[in-house]
Design a protein around this ligand. Sequence first.
Ligand code: MSP
Length: 516
Amino acid sequence: MSKTFFITTAIDYTNGAPHIGHAYEKVLADAIARHRRLAGEPVFFLTGVDQHGQKVQQSAQKLGVPPGEFVEGITAKFRALWKTLDIGFDGWAATVDPVHKACVQGMLQRLWDEGHFYKAARSGYYSVRQEQFLTDKERGPDGEFGEEWGEVVLVEEENYYFKLAAHKDWLLDFIDRRSACGQPFVLPGFRVAELRNAVEKLSGDLCISRPKSRLTWGIELPFDPGFVTYVWFDALANYISFAGYDPAPGAANEGFKVLRPALHVIGKDIVIPPHGIYWPVMLHALGFRDEELPTLLVHGWWNLGGAKMSKSLGNSVDPAVLAETHGCAAIRYYLLSDIATGRDADFSLERLVQRYNSDLANNIGNLLNRTLSMAKRYRGGLVAKRPSPLEDFVAGKVRDWEAAFAVFDAQGALQALMDIVTRCNLHVEETAPWKLAKDPELSEQLDTVLHTLAESLRIVSILLEPALPREAAAMREQLGVSSPPALSNTAWGGLADGHQLGDPVPVFPRIETAAE
Ligand code: MSP
């Protein structure tokens, strides 16, 4: 059985509409998945929505609708946005799905039977208004809980706990061994030390339940109907429940095996503790071998004006509206090219327009248009195959593109592609085909230039596929290339002698704004 590249994103809370940060993560994962498909690898790309929990229950209550109805509406918004943004996922993880529920309950029952949980009473401060326990983090500078919490009472509550701390030494050892063999558990590698420090400090166990008196919108504990599980045994389990995992003791899990290990694309806020600590320990407790555990690809955050994107600010760049006004290509290209994977960036609508217009409309669009127009005018669209002075340059950039994608650096990959386009546009200026066309003695040189440009564009249309699949396909259509895009076709010389090019149709119409 051939190994499948298994890539997931964080599942998004359905407590509010999707914002540009959610969109970034999905576009990044989609580009990585499409890159692997180009390489001919089987891919399973899983994304979805996190639908349970107290916040959802509260929001639904406020609106006076059942939580199931509430999440359905928001889930529909996420799905519609992913369709608009060409997110080509293979599996959809919605945590109210009965398949998920059965898997989570199976996991919980098994871990309970094997002695990984215990029940204990803990006391703590509880906000009656917000219906949640408070920690010292919620105290104001004066040491008191602020007015927003309303009446705060000391409550003693029984809950179930997962014996997390018992696995601390194993987890430290696992993190170190993964780094030592050059396959860090967390990427980019600079995050490993941060995680390791947090694991060193790990002392308590993980509370995995809420009594139904407080929370009903969740998955019931199979061994105690008075409780639902909260939150990570529900949310994190999506990565295996929707990939066909059978939690029954001794299950063969043959189909699921081809999907391990996974690449989890997540934001920096959910590394410590959920994905970096709870998740590997849960999998370890379930009997996953170390080599079956995932790698976490941790991306940074899009901020607005240097500040964290709040719900209200986030809505000011609603990606669904932006897609209507500026188009999917502009959003995808901006989100992939204007941030370094792992780092933060500031979202700017002006930059989005500027990058689209300069890189896509002016640079690629112009090259495609002038190449097809000149070929049509001078040669009736027929390309004669000739040795090219740019062959080695382009091959080098294809290697750079590949090296960048190998480390999930979409920005670097797009830069390599854009370097080819810039070099080709320069080549047009240097060789001035309109002059060559006037002199029959220079006909051979004109053929060489036209072939160089058309062949480079053919390769660019493949390299553009992970970032902008629709536009890449439109380019190939105009170039008269019918073979499906594949990495194996990025070698120089794919266009046959006498290849017929098509007519130019703008693929990247400029975005005109009031300011321009
Ligand atoms: N539901 C949890 C994840 C469970 S995964 C088992 C969650 N949801 S979330 O909706 O709050 O965030 C979903 C993803 O979006 C996270 O990876 C988060 O880091 C990412 N982002 C949220 N805001 C972001 C930005 N402003 N910028 C980039 N990514 C951001 O956490």
